[in-house]
Ligand binder design. Structure first.
Ligand code: IDP
Ligand code: CA
Length: 422
């Protein structure tokens, strides 16, 4: 689906737009652990004195993510090329040379060996260099986890209008990816600044303001990584907030522990199946004879999160924007409308987890992991971050028809660094 609607058209009817309005573009790739996405942003500068406005976005995605091509980097780059061809069609030829293209990879590539990650990145770089677009220095890289949180926070608060004008009531953001998860907010209490680990606080400049944000990316705490941790399929020895010891594939596909079967009370009793993640094959199944259901599942999942995350007191009473897998799982279980999103309390995830886990047969046709995923989300929010049962979560996929993704914040940052705008 693509979208070029002008969401501000009520404010500026087309016939009122000055004739000399300038349009320009920015292309940002999100190389996530489960998929690669292209965001083509259109900006309009109505007059030289005022800041350009975001006009619209074209969005497309492919699965699997780049990290799945760890041993075939050319094939990985090929998947990027197919998405980039969309941009060739979308951007008018006379603007190609002025349109920057950048790819930032997240947790999937962070977990690969340096060598494999670099091979993928340099193949992608070659694709970019063969394209007609502007390829800035450092255009293909692995993004630092703290930027992922900051840039998503920038996106959401920009789209909701909180970064302009006087009364800025910014909202914190929660992103749950496949391999990592981020929490970001603007601390209001001195206490939070004092009590947080140093590297959880970052100053960031954007739109002529400096924001001192609390942000952290927990590698290994994404939804899919958490599945493996719950199954006991990760070598969790020495696992800390910073690093999860992942089995990284060496050959084309590695089978973990000689086809060992990993069992969990969070899965349907009779289930036995295989799962491929990060180039590794896992066998997993339900507790054939043992317990299943929410209670035993919650205890299993609790081991993965308890005591592993920093809990800032300040967030207990505030509300947050939540997207990615928080959104997907809430939509899968009709907690929210798939198109509209909605507002939930943390306890709604728990209620739904109980419903699904205690009636596993009824729900397993959707995904055998639905019970585990909802239980993990519940445990992550309550025991991980320390949210209250009644903490409000605003689940959003799009604001004003623009995807809530760190990619928009990254594009602002890019245009700013190139001196194009902001
Ligand atoms: O631009 C987007 N629009 C909608 N959903 C997105 C977008 N980017 C990422 N997602 C969501 O992110 C989740 C997957 O996380 P991802 O593959 O980015 O893992 P990672 O962040 O751990 O690398 C899914 O829920 C997917 O729907
Ligand atoms: Ca992501």
């Amino acid at each position: 689906h693509s979208n070029r609607e002008m969401w501000f058209q009520d404010l500026f009817p087309p016939n009122m737009c000055p004739i000399n309005a300038k349009t320009f573009y920015g292309i940002m790739f999100d190389a996530g652990s489960t998929g690669t996405r292209i965001h083509i942003y259109t900006f309009v500068q109505k007059s030289p004195e005022i800041l350009p406005e975001l006009e619209g976005e074209i969005f497309e995605s492919v699965k699997p993510g780049l990290s799945a091509y760890a041993d075939q980097p050319e094939k990985g780059a090929e998947s990027v090329k197919r998405l980039l061809d969309m941009a060739v069609d979308a951007v008018p030829p006379h603007l190609w040379k002025k349109t920057p293209v950048v790819l930032k990879a997240t947790a999937g590539l962070r977990l690969l060996s340096e060598e494999k990650a670099q091979a993928l990145l340099s193949e992608v770089k070659e694709v970019f260099e063969k394209s007609p677009f502007l390829v800035p220095e450092d255009s293909v890289s692995i993004m630092d986890g703290s930027y992922e949180g900051i840039l998503a926070w920038i996106t959401v608060n920009f789209l909701t209008g909180q970064l302009s004008g006087q009364n800025q009531h910014t909202t914190g953001t929660l992103d749950l990816g496949g391999a990592s998860t981020q929490i970001t907010f603007l601390p209001r209490f001195e206490e939070t600044l004092k009590e947080s680990p140093r590297d959880f606080l970052t100053s960031f400049e954007m739109f002529n303001s400096t924001y001192k944000l609390y942000t952290h990316s927990y590698l290994g705490f994404g939804l899919k990584a958490a599945r493996l941790a719950t199954l006991g399929a990760l070598n969790t020895e020495g696992m800390s907030c910073e690093k999860a010891a992942f089995p990284v594939s060496t050959s084309n596909e590695t089978e973990v522990a000689d086809g060992q079967m990993f069992r969990s009370s969070c899965l349907p009793k009779q289930l036995e199946a295989e799962w491929h993640f990060g180039g590794v094959k896992y066998r997993y199944g339900g507790n054939k004879e043992g317990e299943t259901g929410f209670k035993p599942c919650y205890l299993e999942v609790l081991k993965v999160v308890k005591g592993k995350l920093h809990q800032p007191d300040e967030i207990r009473g505030s509300s947050f924007y939540a997207f990615s897998y928080y959104y997907d799982r809430a939509a899968d279980t009709n907690l929210i409308d798939y198109e509209q999103g909605g507002v939930l309390e943390v306890r709604d995830f728990e209620r739904k987890a109980k419903e699904v886990c205690d009636n596993m047969e009824r729900f397993s046709s959707a995904s055998p992991f639905l019970c585990m995923d909802l239980t993990y989300i519940t445990a992550l929010l309550k025991e991980g971050f320390g949210f209250r049962d009644n903490t409000l979560l605003q689940l959003t996929k799009k604001v004003n028809n623009i995807e809530t993704s760190w990619t928009l914040g990254a594009t602002f940052h890019l245009l700013q660094s190139l001196g194009i705008t902001y």
